[in-house]
Design a protein around this ligand. Structure first.
Ligand code: ZN
Length: 218
């Protein structure tokens, strides 16, 4: 038995747990116990241990002694701080993207916007928000800057956790359309101006939802 299959299995377990946490299916402070998760996901404990380690690095799980961990809780203050970091990094990436995009890449971004619109029209909020996240990542990739990609990878999962659920889908999609138009004109200043306003609105909305969530959770 090579390492390949085990490696793939740990990636699958990581993805399942990551999506559960990001989408709020596993609640903050809930326990992640190796033995229980292994039984639940029908795998051995090793890939579960690796997934927990990975999600700890990605900033959404806190390790506890021995064989368990908890889903990290974020406060509204944490979300606000993440918003500041997101605007700084993403706007730097979007400015470089405006200069560096290739036609295939920009076409891919436009295709994601269409996908996002279709999902919104069919009322699929989860799919719309997932596609929206892919849109942002695709624009960042247009920058073709390895260092930006590395910095983003440190924060990406936390950004998804904090900002992955937009309530006003119409406004969000409208902003994406305007950003694509400015990208097409290689107008980096306009792209940054639009994206800064877009991300600030998303951050304010997330902080508000976070406060409400904290209230209902008691
Ligand atoms: Zn967006």
């Amino acid at each position: 038995m090579g390492l390949g299959p085990g490696e793939l299995e740990s990636e699958r377990v990581t993805r399942v747990l990551r999506d559960d946490i990001v989408l709020g299916r596993r609640l903050p402070n809930s326990r992640l116990v190796e033995r229980d998760l292994a039984a639940e996901l029908s795998v051995s404990r090793l890939p579960v241990r690796e997934a927990i380690r990975r999600l700890n690095v990605e900033g959404i799980v806190l390790s506890r002694p021995r064989t368990w961990a908890v889903v990290r809780d974020f406060t509204a203050h944490d979300v606000r701080e993440l918003g500041v970091v997101r605007i700084a990094i993403e706007n730097a990436a979007f400015a470089v993207a405006a200069e560096n995009w290739e036609p295939d890449g920009l076409a891919g971004v436009a295709a994601l916007l269409e996908e996002e619109e279709t999902a919104a029209e069919s009322g699929d909020v989860v799919q719309t928000n997932l596609t929206s996240g892919r849109f942002h990542r695709a624009v960042i990739e247009l920058s073709v800057n390895q260092m930006i990609t590395e910095v983003m990878s440190v924060f990406e999962t936390r950004f998804r956790r904090a900002f992955g659920r937009n309530a006003d889908l119409g406004a969000h999609i409208g902003a994406h359309r305007a950003i694509i138009e400015a990208l097409a004109e290689r107008d980096a200043a306009r792209v940054c101006e639009l994206n800064r306003a877009h991300l600030q609105a998303a951050c304010d909305e997330a902080v508000m939802l976070w406060d409400e969530g904290a209230t209902t959770a008691g």
